[in-house]
Write a protein that binds this ligand. Structure first.
Ligand SMILES: Nc1ncnc2c1ncn2[C@@H]1O[C@H](COP(=O)(O)OP(=O)(O)OP(=O)(O)O)[C@@H](O)[C@H]1O
Ligand SMILES: [Mg+2]
Length: 132
């Protein structure tokens, strides 16, 4: 498990929005139930967080557009949403010098990884490197 050294309240709030949307999506798009798995590990200077579900999955034709504002998949009729969560999640991840990836097959569950940058080694506890 990774220890995350995020110092500022603002960063913590942004990260809360990021992770809460990924977990909310996993729950919301698993209307038939199933297991949701969360994992976190350090990979070099990156924190790798994975949220995996066994829900409805995402049609292949939607995968490239999920991070667009207001975009929703073609298989979510009847499930409430605005299409903003992943748009904002990507902004938060990029503000942390990270990246976000989706793996999914329609009907076969989804796996979202994100990679906010960890404090580099030697960074003082509670500090976060200034943005360029
Ligand atoms: N875990 C998932 N399983 C299946 N589809 C997903 C999953 N996560 C995201 N999606 C697809 O990506 C789309 C965009 O997700 P996003 O979180 O941006 O919006 P939303 O969940 O529709 O609404 P909200 O703005 O309330 O989060 C969803 O509408 C859905 O089609
Ligand atoms: Mg959402």
């Amino acid at each position: 498990m990774a220890t995350i050294l995020f110092g500022s309240t603002g960063t913590a709030l942004l990260l809360f929005q990021l992770f809460s949307n990924l977990v909310a999506n996993a729950v919301k798009y698993s209307p038939g139930g199933g297991t949701i798995r969360l994992a976190a590990c350090a990979k070099g200077a990156l924190l790798v967080v994975t949220v995996k579900d066994e829900g409805i999955g995402i049609p292949k034709s939607d995968l490239d557009r999920l991070f667009e504002r207001y975009y929703r998949g073609g298989n979510v009729a009847g499930i409430v949403g605005t299409g903003l969560g992943l748009f904002l999640a990507k902004i938060v991840v990029e503000l942390h010098d990270g990246a976000i990836e989706v793996e999914s097959v329609e009907g076969g569950g989804s796996c979202l990884h994100d990679f906010p940058a960890l404090c580099p080694q030697g960074c003082g506890s509670g500090e976060y490197p200034a943005r360029k």
